[in-house]
Design a protein around this ligand. Structure first.
Ligand SMILES: O=c1ccn([C@H]2C[C@H](O)[C@@H](COP(=O)(O)OP(=O)(O)OP(=O)(O)O)O2)c(=O)[nH]1
Ligand SMILES: [Mg+2]
Length: 157
């Protein structure tokens, strides 16, 4: 199944390829940094920035686009998406930006054309909240935040 998503290229994105799936089974389209040629955006350790992609999308109603980190950049350089997963709403028509943060110890230079993050388009369930005095009882109840412990051997499958 493939869902058509209209995309508009902004002037500073001209000449860059559209985001694409790196492999046949990839879940995410790799997003490309549309920073000026020859003017890399340098993220100091703990620095953050909204990195332009040069793209505006019209995500179909009932879907969202999630902006997620790339594991290679995370593992090798400590570069991740600060608000992961970023949410691009179906009614947003502005430029898609990637909020990157450098959690590494070294400065990191983002060059034009670099694949900096990935975007997964996913269906969204919208709900109607119905106020209720009593919620259905469950075995877990209020237990959470580590209530089941850490020892994997205690869990029976
Ligand atoms: O990583 C992201 C996250 C968001 N956006 C854009 C698309 C999204 O539809 C809009 C708003 O995002 P969000 O709802 O996460 O931010 P907010 O702080 O709640 O802003 P708003 O009040 O505009 O909804 O910003 C991006 O381009 N990249
Ligand atoms: Mg919002």
């Amino acid at each position: 199944m493939s869902i058509a998503v209209p995309v508009q290229l902004l002037p500073h994105g001209a000449g860059l390829p559209l985001p694409s799936y790196a492999t046949e089974g990839a879940a995410g389209l790799d997003l490309i940094a549309a920073v000026p040629e020859g003017e890399p955006l340098v993220l100091a350790p703990l620095g953050r920035a909204a990195v332009p992609t040069g793209l505006c999308l019209a995500v179909p109603a009932g879907f969202e686009a999630q902006v997620r980190p790339r594991s290679g950049l995370a593992l090798k350089n400590g570069i991740t998406v600060l608000n992961a997963p970023g949410t691009v709403d179906s009614d947003y028509r502005g430029e898609v930006k990637v909020l990157l943060v450098n959690l590494g110890a070294e400065p990191f230079a983002i060059e034009r054309g670099m694949r900096i993050a990935q975007m997964v388009v996913a269906p969204v369930a919208r709900v109607t909240l119905e106020e209720s005095r009593d919620l259905e009882k469950t075995t877990r109840g209020n237990g959470g935040f580590g209530s089941t412990g850490l020892d994997g051997r205690q869990i029976s499958r």
